[in-house]
Design a binder for this molecule. Structure first.
Ligand SMILES: NC(=O)c1ccc[n+]([C@@H]2O[C@H](COP(=O)([O-])OP(=O)(O)OC[C@H]3O[C@@H](n4cnc5c(N)ncnc54)[C@H](OP(=O)(O)O)[C@@H]3O)[C@@H](O)[C@H]2O)c1
Length: 162
């Protein structure tokens, strides 16, 4: 599995069940990388999407502990074992963990790669991503040049699990 995330300078990823930033090139990159693939998210992240709808042209898997939870167009898994079964026929390269904070924390140990858009800016946040840059399990494998969107600088980084 691969994780994909956009992280601010203070490791923030969200506030009030919404994203902190809306950077068009980051959205495009996310779309390009996940299109036709499997995306795995927490129930709260699904509900944070426009109209609570799953992502188009992707297999959407949603984690919820609620055994009665259903949502249109998604596969619901109640725990990691169910998730592993749901993705067993997919290549590990085709399964993307897309958040939020609880689900990154839960599934990062099962990921071999993390695609992290590092945003050189800080905003108040109530959800955070683990500090993988300082975690000896992870090494920075690639870093793009720095881009700028309306004065906010960001770069695309790839971390690989050692
Ligand atoms: N910056 C980014 O790249 C990015 C990406 C995605 C999301 N976000 C942000 O992250 C925030 C949402 O994150 P969050 O941490 O609040 O919620 P979340 O991780 O999206 O979802 C949490 C939910 O996942 C389910 N869950 C958690 N652990 C589970 C387990 N072991 N087994 C089964 N289900 C489990 C539970 O659902 P039930 O309560 O139904 O049991 C839990 O309430 C939002 O602000 C969103 O905008 C940011």
């Amino acid at each position: 599995m691969k994780a994909i995330v956009a992280v601010s300078g203070n490791l923030g990823i969200g506030k009030d069940n919404d994203l902190l930033y809306n950077i068009p090139e980051d959205k495009k990159s996310f779309r390009r990388m996940t299109l036709g693939k499997v995306v795995v998210m927490g129930r709260k992240t699904l509900e944070s999407m426009p109209n609570g709808k799953p992502l188009k042209d992707r297999t959407n898997i949603v984690l919820s502990r609620d055994k009665d939870y259903t949502a249109e167009g998604v596969v619901v898994c109640n725990d990691i074992a169910e998730l592993e079964k749901a993705v067993e026929n997919y290549s590990t390269d085709d399964v993307f963990v897309i958040g939020g904070a609880e689900i990154y924390k839960l599934l990062l140990p099962l990921c071999d790669t993390a695609y992290v858009t590092e945003i050189d800016d800080e905003k108040p946040a109530d959800k955070f991503f683990p500090d993988i840059a300082s975690d000896s399990r992870w090494k920075l494998a690639e870093k793009s040049e720095e881009f700028d969107y309306e004065g906010v600088k960001y770069k695309f980084c790839t971390y690989e699990a050692k």
